[in-house]
Ligand binder design. Structure first.
Ligand code: ADP
Ligand code: MG
Length: 613
């Protein structure tokens, strides 16, 4: 037999490697902006066409590259930032893996113009499929001007994975904001399809945060500042009354690098405990400085996750620093602040990490189940929650309790044909279990309804029907309400106005980041409009990353989800009865709009099976 192993040609190896670093326009934007930061630029301009799918261009006034370096930078593992392995543990630059430009050149057409201050002429290079097409001397400004066109033109499978322009643009803007928050001394601009949506003058950390949040937050930010030998922390948290229904304005930076950390978020939330409602989230931008030997940045190709050598110390420090800041501004009762043994033995630090991890997993599961399409109506494949307890209660080896959509069971038939709920026994007592499941008896058995899934279904169908009737579905506001958003949300809001109107909102752009709300869909309770619209946007953002629904459909689903009774809410007999009968008035009562089961049934047959024979 002949040998079968061959070495992949470079351009294929680069394309494969690119998969890790460049997943979408936003990842390329991040890499290019970070290169400009590393080059010492004081001005960085980002230009995009079609959310970066057609063009991403970054122009910086940094140190530029020599002719040789300009050619070299597209080679894999070509970096000026580390020379030996030990350097990895003292990194202060954003890049160091030398992969970004090689990856970009493998999946897009790249044009680079760059010049150093000491050179008379710059160099122009065109590269595609990792092949240099052109290289020549050129006149250009000091710095680097790099464009990448038609991302993934040669990798159709990846191109097809890209989401709508709206959705990709949102990711791009998220990255832009993170890099610009990390570097407030640098002037940043962002121009999309010829419209400049961000022009961020250099300033302090606070000024930069306010440029993005909106100036109305000026009086709402509390400074955080603590220094120790091990770690400095600096930044801002919002006063409790600025807490949001969303987690969108929460940022951590470690040595000027944006990082994601559910662990640290938990620490900040812990500091706000009892100051804000459970479903609200503080806003913050917190900057950590510590010796880079205490962190490992190289745990993930995109470097957004890092490892601290002493996570528990960072946790307790963060919590204590935020608490201290809140206390100083008389927002919270004073506490004795010190990072001594007592703090280290505090409840926070001794709290088992499993609790936190569990939180994180729970969250991501919720998120997943929300975004997964057509999750089968089967209990064994989706989150069963406490229903497993029910199962165990009856019979630990109960096989596969499922709601059959094809075969309509006795109860479903009774319910489904009598949409007014008449088949419910008027004297039957409903039972609410764990403030989540409604046990509703029927003549031939009983069903267990998940109150939240069921209510989402009910509202979804109701709002969808109202949306069809359009205008008649709007309730006019007596007093128009002014809404202020941060720059990102305002951009999104502008995009969504037609679709929001389509589902019954009446919203008018008021210039800048302001909007006027004149009406909300009929049947949406009034009084909390501002929170509700904020939450709607936030849910919309999450939603849009995973599913290819039309914006209006997404909004409907988000609205239903937002207004639905939540698991954990106590319901009266009357409410339970109403909910169950409304559910069976639906066209598709079996599941929530996102596909989670709305009820399971135990009819005569099933009960018989369960008890053997
Ligand atoms: P890394 O940033 O990890 O070193 P990249 O592939 O992003 O790898 O870049 C390779 C090299 O190209 C960098 O190390 C740097 O020397 C050079 N380079 C990239 N972008 C710029 C820029 N905008 N200005 C100056 N030099 C740059
Ligand atoms: Mg780089």
């Amino acid at each position: 037999m002949s040998d079968v192993i061959t070495l992949l040609p470079d351009h294929i190896a680069n394309q494969i490697a690119a998969g890790e670093v460049i997943q979408r326009p936003a990842s390329a934007v991040k890499e290019l902006l970070e290169n400009a930061v590393d080059a010492g630029a004081t001005e960085i301009q980002l230009f995009l066409t079609d959310a970066g799918k057609r063009l991403i261009q970054v122009i910086d006034n940094g140190k530029g590259m020599s002719e040789t370096d300009a050619r070299m930078c597209f080679e894999r593992h070509a970096t000026s930032k580390i020379k030996q392995i030990d350097d990895l543990f003292h990194i202060r630059t954003m890049g160091f893996r030398g992969e970004a430009l090689a990856s970009i050149a493998a999946v897009a057409r790249v044009e680079l113009k760059t010049k150093r201050a000491e050179d008379n002429l710059g160099v122009y290079i065109e590269i595609e499929n990792s092949q240099v097409l052109k290289q020549e001397a050129c006149h250009c400004a000091v710095g680097t001007n790099i464009s990448m066109k038609n991302l993934f033109f040669n990798v159709p499978a990846r191109r097809n994975f890209l989401k709508s322009n709206n959705s990709e643009l949102r990711h791009v803007i998220d990255e832009f904001i993170r890099v610009s928050l990390a570097n407030p001394k640098i002037l940043f601009t962002c121009t999309h399809n010829g419209v400049t949506s961000f022009h961020l003058e250099p300033g302090s950390h606070k000024q930069r945060f306010l440029q993005l949040l909106g100036n109305q937050y000026n009086a709402k930010l509390i400074p955080v500042k603590e220094q120790t030998d091990y770690l400095d922390i600096y930044g801002f948290v919002g006063k409790p009354d600025s807490a949001r229904k969303t987690k969108s304005e929460q940022y951590f930076f470690v040595n000027d690098r944006y990082i994601k950390s559910p662990y640290l978020s938990h620490a900040v939330s812990a500091a706000f405990e009892n100051l804000i409602p459970k479903d609200s989230h503080p806003i913050y931008a917190l900057y950590f400085e510590l010796d880079s030997s205490h962190i490992d940045i190289n745990v993930h190709p995109t470097k957004q996750e890092i490892k601290f050598d002493d996570e528990r110390l960072i946790y307790s420090f963060t919590r204590a620093a935020v608490k201290h800041a809140l206390a100083q501004y008389s927002v919270a009762p004073p506490m004795d602040f010190s990072l001594n043994a007592t703090v280290q033995q505090s409840e926070a630090i001794n709290q088992p990490i499993t609790e936190i991890t569990r939180e994180a997993i729970k969250e991501s599961h919720l998120y997943q189940s929300f975004t997964q399409k057509n999750v089968a109506h089967k209990l064994d494949t989706v989150r069963t929650g406490s229903l497993t307890d029910w199962k165990d209660f009856f019979n630990p080896s109960t096989p596969n309790l499922s709601v059959h959509q094809g075969k309509t069971s006795q109860i479903a038939q009774q319910l489904y044909t009598r949409s007014d709920g008449q088949s419910l026994d008027p004297d039957a007592i409903f039972l609410q279990v764990q403030k989540t499941y409604i046990v509703a008896p029927f003549k031939t058995g009983y069903i267990i309804v998940h109150q939240q899934h069921a209510h989402e279904r009910i509202l979804y169908e109701k709002y969808a029907a109202l949306a069809v009737q359009q205008k008649s579905g709007t309730q006019a506001q007596l007093f128009p309400i002014k809404l202020e958003f941060g720059a990102v949300d305002a951009a999104l809001m502008n995009d969504l106005i037609p679709d929001l109107e389509g589902i019954g909102y009446k919203i008018e752009s008021f210039g800048g980041n302001s909007f006027i709300l004149h009406g909300v869909p009929a049947d949406v309770p009034t009084g909390n409009e501002k929170d509700n619209v904020e939450l709607l946007l936030e849910q919309y953002k999450h939603f849009s990353t995973d599913l290819n629904f039309a914006p209006r459909e997404k909004l409907l689903r988000c609205l239903a989800r937002q207004q639905a009774v939540k698991a954990g809410q106590k319901l009266s007999q009357k409410e339970m009865r109403q909910l169950v009968s409304d559910l069976f008035a639906c066209n598709t009562p079996f599941s929530s709009p996102s596909g989670l089961p709305a009820f399971v049934e135990f009819d005569e047959e099933k009960l018989f099976q369960l008890f053997g024979n």
